[in-house]
Design a protein around this ligand. Structure first.
Ligand SMILES: Cc1ncc(COP(=O)(O)O)c(C=O)c1O
Length: 353
């Protein structure tokens, strides 16, 4: 392997590993490949769009040196933007719904960003929703300073194009084109849609599937063209929506599968314990759904999955038995054999002497 020197951390964004699953999917006639996005320097797939969105705004003259970035984010896009901003010298303000983990908030603050938390369960149009608050802050700063950019990951085409131009070709090349299905979740839809467009141009037979949390409205929009079941809250962060972002191109998808929190969290724990992959719960949800979808495929298939971020951002949630039990995702009996069992050294030593 030849190792090179990067001129800045920004050069290390992308080119993430593709890892074949070994144990969880053993016995399946299909092969599952996980695109490991936590290898990005900010720890998620969102570093890719952060760079593309900031450079797009700079090129168009919408962002000038010393300007302020504002975003409504579930955390990861904020981390990606803050990382790029640290190198390029921008200020950052991020608006997060209260559901998002403490770990992500702490990382954003460490980068020097202002973090604003909005209540959960609000309609997107509500003036206190994270979308509305972010937009209002961006408009106000822009009116005052003339140098503020609302990065708007949901609707900004530079999100889609980062995945069309870079992530898609990476996946195609890593797999030498041997792909039957490509599966991800949708937050903004950039990852699923941008890669889907690239892959389908290369081979229109590739099936593109979206794994959606129960409570998201996206699968209703796909199958019925309208919301049939009203949006409901769920615990998995970063995927599922209560509105249709422009970057979610439903026409590029071949279907949806809904997955509940419990299955998503259980699979997230299996991914680290059995495969050594410390991914966040959106990755667990995507694999849990993908395995169900795979049962419907007759011929042995190569299935590519996106693992969007790191489990380290959720240590107080999916990897915390107390939280898992409180939420009803784990029984106290299961907890004894799983995580977070702290035993005093003296007591443990009795097993060995
Ligand atoms: C943890 C996590 N997984 C998945 C996604 C979805 O990615 P995309 O916005 O490209 O649809 C996000 C987006 O915020 C996320 O934070």
């Amino acid at each position: 392997m030849s190792l090179t020197v990067s001129s800045s951390i920004l050069d290390t964004i992308g080119a993430t590993p593709m890892v074949q699953l070994q144990k969880i999917t053993k016995g399946s006639k299909h092969k599952f490949f996980a695109k490991m996005e936590y290898f990005n320097p900010g720890g998620s797939v969102k570093d890719r769009i952060a760079l593309s969105i900031i450079e797009g705004a700079e090129k168009r003259g919408e962002l000038k040196p010393g300007g302020t970035l504002v975003e409504a984010t579930s955390g990861n896009t904020g981390i990606g933007l803050a990382l790029v901003a640290a190198i390029k010298g921008y200020k950052c303000i991020f608006v997060l719904p209260a559901k998002m983990s403490e770990e992500k908030r702490a990382v954003l603050r460490a980068y020097g960003a202002r973090v604003i938390i909005t209540p959960i369960g609000l309609e997107p149009e509500d003036p206190m929703s994270h979308y509305s608050v972010a937009k209002k802050i961006a408009d106000t700063i822009k009116a005052k300073t003339g140098n503020c950019f609302y990065t708007n990951q949901y609707h900004n085409p530079d999100n889609f194009s980062a995945h069309y131009n870079v992530t898609g070709p990476e996946i195609w090349n890593q797999m030498s084109g041997k792909i039957d299905a490509y599966i991800a979740g949708v937050g903004t839809g950039g990852t699923l849609s941008g890669v889907a467009k690239y892959l389908k141009e290369k081979n229109p037979a590739i099936k593109v599937m979206c794994m959606d949390p129960i409570g998201s409205i996206l699968s209703d929009l796909y199958y019925h063209g309208k919301v049939v079941t009203p949006p409901a809250s769920y615990q998995v962060e970063g995927i599922g929506e209560d509105m249709l972002p422009d970057n979610c191109k439903l026409n590029l998808y071949d279907g949806f599968l809904n997955v509940n929190d419990k299955d998503a969290f259980a699979m997230t724990r299996r991914l680290i314990a059995e495969e050594g992959l410390c991914v966040g719960p959106s990755g667990g949800l995507i694999l849990a759904g993908a395995m169900k979808y795979a049962e419907t495929l007759e011929k042995p298939s190569n299935i590519v999955l996106i693992m969007p971020d790191s489990g380290k951002a959720y240590l107080t949630k999916v990897f915390n038995d107390k939280w898992m039990i409180e939420k009803g995702f784990l029984s106290p009996e299961e907890s004894k054999t799983a995580f977070n069992v702290e035993v005093m050294a003296a007591e443990e030593m009795k097993n060995y002497v």
